[in-house]
Ligand binder design. Structure first.
Ligand SMILES: Nc1ncnc2c1ncn2[C@@H]1O[C@H](COP(=O)(O)OP(=O)(O)OP(=O)(O)O)[C@@H](O)[C@H]1O
Length: 717
């Protein structure tokens, strides 16, 4: 095959050229690493009593550590691309930026350009139609420090020359490679529609929608890495990535570290607010409760429940009586109502407001004591004057002066009572605090949530609420804590004590179609910058968010300021697999166009199982699927209730443990399959999946779109 031989010898020459370039890059990485380690050691040894100096030192340590982390990723394909401009200029593109020091003049030239830098943009964005000044784009395949292949695309319409190694693109290789059960970064093959989203300068809310396998998750994760490098302050404030469950987080967990970003916090919406409940104390919620307790109206009901405990009119009718010294001081209801208004107007969380209320009440008591004292003195004056028929001050002055002393006036006598000391006594002591507790009590989030759920269960409080929902809410008010309680507890926590201490500079929300409005509030509470990448597919909504639109999902305020991008090309599945999913999509989201697959593959298989022996048929189909994808990963997707039998028959674990690494067969309940992918998929009992949950059709759509290579559907007849 002369053509192949020509490519091989051409490739060998080019591989050698690139190997030399890559060798120099690694030398630079090694030298930079040694230098930075020494600097970091020095910075860590620096000690000072001056806080400014120490802050500067901490900032420097952070900077050096980040750079060292980035250099540490050099082991994963340090350089993966090269662009040759029409004018002959060459740039290598890779995981990080490296500079070469040139000669004696101290100048530098780029040895490698960070993929996130503007200069690297043409590597991703150039097409034959818009070559952006490039003649050629080259992909390098590397294994550790060794360059193993190069592939070129000539972009300017010229014929490939002797130095161009044209062949199957690396995208094809990436898409057809066997899955490992862990998502890989795709920094070398990001497509231009994806790259445009990754480097969007929009700092507000960016919504990325698209069908299954269009790369929403990879785009979101690469954007997290981009934002960390490109947006000021984000690296210091941190990035939070939210995914639907632990299994999914495990699946995506390696992507950001391999891009040199180790400081990103991965969590689920439930775990994010789990701090409000003791670990493991919240069980899963029933879907009706999850849905109704996830409604944004609950925020208003919670706020009302808190306000109802802030000196309500009904509790003020008796006023307040406290003992100060030997005397009783009485505050009238209207005085307390005034204190309440000022405390509420301070706009603080409940406990902050309580402190203001306490101060207001203390002030009112000091006033009352002063008025009381003045009235007592005046009464005594009047009585003495009435008895003696003479002015008391004159008597006192005469008497005192005869002793060589100055007389005290009535108000001087009051000053002796010292209102500041009295105020301090009142605020520091337990007496007033106890008295105030009955009007404006300290509250626990759990009390607020129970009260709010009870209120929400009353007719008319939640617009459009059904009898079933009200019954579920009433049970939840008194019942054990579930995952549906957690966002409510988080909201109550904010109403009582203000926002959570840990916030982030940017938040990525994946599978966002699963996030309830109340969970959204918990997310936004942790993202004061409102800089978010929101990724999802409404057609894949779960039971708690079915039928909602993006405006409902992210809330009207955020939606108004959001930019929306749609991905249309499915990179995961073949055209044949998408065809099987198409009728289901037409039923669940008739307006949503199906994605276009980049590849063709085998026709999906259909098998039937007799009722009562689903497991036997699945075992047979799994064996066939394993033969389809030697060394690959086979996913068996089934309704949660079918898991037990299948687990026994297949001898694998399907529960929520994420499956052991190295398993070739993974049994996954459809409720946890969102976002995952496998080389071959066996969908067990599609009718059973549809019947199992209110979102059963959507679950089936998810299940049918998880395979990269082959799909088998086992129907029960
Ligand atoms: N540019 C790319 N280069 C290589 N692989 C890619 C690229 N884009 C997407 N892929 C691969 O396609 C698959 C699907 O991507 P991803 O999981 O991000 O899709 P998704 O839109 O989030 O899917 P879902 O809706 O099912 O969650 C993944 O294996 C991903 O690595």
């Amino acid at each position: 095959m002369p053509q192949l031989d020509a490519r091989t010898s051409q490739a060998a020459r080019q591989i050698e050229t690139e190997q030399e370039a890559v060798r120099r890059m690694h030398e630079r990485v090694d030298a930079d690493t040694a230098h930075l380690r020494a600097e970091l050691d020095r910075a860590l040894r620096d000690r000072s009593d001056d806080t400014t100096v120490m802050h500067q030192r901490e900032a420097r340590v952070r900077l050096l550590s980040r750079r060292l982390q980035a250099l540490d990723t050099a082991g994963h394909a340090l350089c993966f691309g090269r662009i040759d401009a029409a004018d002959g200029r060459v740039l290598h593109v890779g995981r990080l930026g490296l500079q070469d020091e040139d000669g004696d003049d101290g100048g530098t030239t780029p040895l490698l350009v960070d993929w996130r830098a503007d200069a690297a943009r043409p590597f991703y964005a150039a097409t034959p139609v818009h070559p952006l000044g490039l003649r050629r784009r080259r992909h390098l395949t590397v294994d550790g420090r060794r360059v193993t292949d190069v592939t070129d695309e000539v972009l300017d319409g010229s014929a490939p020359g002797p130095d161009d190694v044209v062949g199957d693109g690396p995208l094809h290789a990436a898409l057809t490679a066997r899955r490992t059960g862990r998502m890989r970064e795709v920094v070398a093959t990001l497509q231009s529609e994806q790259d445009e989203i990754v480097r969007s300068p929009h700092r507000g809310v960016l919504v990325v929608e698209g069908g299954p396998g269009t790369g929403k998750t990879v785009v979101a994760l690469h954007r997290a890495a981009y934002v960390l490098a490109a947006f000021d302050g984000v690296a210091d404030d941190g990035v939070l990535v939210l995914g639907p469950n632990a299994r999914f987080l495990d699946y995506i967990g390696q992507v950001l570290p391999s891009l040199g970003e180790n400081d990103v916090v991965l969590s689920t919406p439930t775990a994010l607010v789990g701090g409000a409940a003791p670990a493991g104390a919240a069980g899963p919620a029933d879907p009706v409760l999850a849905r109704v307790a996830g409604r944004a109206d609950l925020a208003r009901v919670l706020a009302d429940a808190v306000r109802a405990r802030q000196a309500p009119d009904a509790g003020l009718s008796g006023g307040l009586v406290v003992r100060v010294g030997g005397d009783e001081v009485r505050l009238a209801p209207d005085v307390l109502a005034g204190a309440r208004t000022r405390a509420q107007d301070a706009g603080l969380p409940h406990h902050g407001g309580r402190a203001v209320f306490l101060e207001e009440v203390a002030e009112a008591i000091v006033d009352a004591v002063q008025v009381d004292a003045r009235e007592t003195l005046e009464r005594i004056d009047a009585e003495v004057e009435a008895m003696t028929g003479r002015d008391l001050d004159a008597i006192a002055a005469g008497g005192l002066r005869s002793l060589g002393l100055e007389p005290l006036s009535g108000s001087d006598a009051l000053d002796e009572m010292d209102p500041d000391a009295l105020r301090e006594d009142l605020l520091g002591g337990a007496v007033l605090d106890r008295a105030v507790e009955t009007f404006w009590p300290r509250l626990e989030p759990g009390q607020v949530v129970a009260a709010a759920l009870e209120r929400a269960a009353a007719p008319g409080v939640l617009p459009g609420g059904t009898d079933e929902e009200r019954a579920v809410l009433a049970r939840a008010a008194a019942g054990p804590r579930t995952e549906a309680h957690l966002p409510l507890l988080d909201e109550a926590g904010e109403l009582l004590d203000g926002p959570p201490p840990r916030t982030y500079g940017h938040v990525v929300v994946d599978e966002a179609q699963e996030v309830t409005p109340m969970q959204w509030r918990a997310v936004l509470r942790r993202c004061p910058s409102r800089s978010l990448t929101v990724v999802g597919d409404l057609a894949q909504a779960g039971p708690t968010t079915e039928g909602v639109a993006w405006a409902d999902v992210v809330g009207p305020d955020l939606w108004r300021r959001a930019q929306v991008r749609t991905l249309t090309v499915s990179y995961r599945t073949t055209a044949e697999i998408l065809d099987v999913a198409r009728p289901v999509l037409a039923r669940i989201a008739p307006a949503q166009p199906a994605s276009v697959a980049v590849r063709r593959g085998e026709e999906p298989r259909r098998a039937t199982a007799p009722r009562g022996d689903l497991a036997g048929a699945v075992v047979r189909e799994v064996e066939a699927a394993r033969a389809d994808v030697p060394g690959g990963l086979v996913g068996v997707l089934a309704a949660d209730a079918a898991l037990g039998d299948l687990e026994t028959a297949l001898g694998v674990h399907g529960a929520a443990d994420g499956g052991a690494d190295g398993d070739v067969v993974r049994l996954v309940p459809v409720s946890q399959a969102r976002g995952l992918e496998f080389d071959a998929v066996v969908v067990a009992d599609p009718d059973g999946i549809v019947a199992a949950r209110s979102c059963g059709e959507r679950d089936l759509y998810v299940a049918l779109t998880r395979a990269t290579t082959t799909l088998t559907v086992v129907e029960v007849h």
